[in-house]
Design a protein around this ligand. Sequence first.
Ligand SMILES: Nc1ncnc2c1ncn2[C@@H]1O[C@H](COP(=O)(O)OP(=O)(O)OP(=O)(O)O)[C@@H](O)[C@H]1O
Length: 325
Amino acid sequence: MTAVLEISGLRKIYRSRKGVRKALDGFDMVVETGQVHGFLGPNGSGKTTTLRTLLGLIRPNDGRMAILGQPVPDRLPQVAGQVGAIVESPQFFGNFSAETTLSLLADAGGVNRLRVPAVLELVGLRDRAKERVKTYSLGMKQRLAVASALLKEPRLLILDEPANGLDPGGIREMRTLMRDLSDSGMTVLLSSHILGEIQLICDSVTIISAGRRVAAGSVSEVLASHTSSTVRVRLEPGVDMLGAAELLRTAGAAITMEKDHFTVGNASNPAQITKLLAERQIYVSELTPVSADLEDVFLELTGTAPVDGTNRQVDQVVAKGGWGQ
Ligand SMILES: Nc1ncnc2c1ncn2[C@@H]1O[C@H](COP(=O)(O)OP(=O)(O)OP(=O)(O)O)[C@@H](O)[C@H]1O
């Protein structure tokens, strides 16, 4: 696979009267061709700064960036025609229809108007194309925004929080659209806080925290490298579950009680659970690792700022203490 987007060692320091703020601190990212790539990070971690820097809207202090193999910002004019981006919510004139809006944008961008029905079809707005934008739902306005970015048939589409403010139906529509675009060969980079969505639609992710990459790779690699040490424990019917949980808790286990089972959150050695219980003639009927989802990984990685001068990659084991080792 070849990279559509490469960023390495990106630094951005904002200086204001209130002081100096390091927004990007040696940030790296690689997005491969044809992928839907999720860009995740908590509020203020540097996502928008990264996207704005890529698009030449902010000047970085240091680092290298390339889009479609061309160094940017120097050669941005050469690749700009192949990049569609929505980094700030575009404002549309409510009295114009989607069709008129896109036709005007096509004229302004030197794009053939014949492209307008095609993008309306792509984003699922064809049937409502002649209605005024002010009658549209938020989800439809978001899709119109995507349509405007698609006019020039970009090879790379960059979207900052495209699902923001959408209800579950709108989010589902956006998910289908992203997949369709990717299936058509486009590379999509999207930032989002909605981690369940990212897990569903993205092939790969980069997680940023405090201006640095803390994880990157395919969604399955990132999940696999942060397998949770939580296990679910179910006991034989009729066994005193509370007593068993208390026994383990006294031994240092982090117990969460559920209706018909409990979980041990820090079980780095699950055998210790069966051993302790069996010593009291309590036998488990189920001992299952609880798999981590992207949200667990995100919280674990971004809960603490990365150590100075390091980027933790998916292949680097996270050292964390656990009960029962
Ligand atoms: N123009 C600016 N002047 C000073 N500081 C700024 C400016 N823009 C952003 N910052 C700061 O830089 C850091 C990164 O901000 P950025 O907007 O890139 O984060 P983000 O990950 O996009 O956050 P969010 O998810 O909240 O949009 C934050 O601490 C923010 O307060």
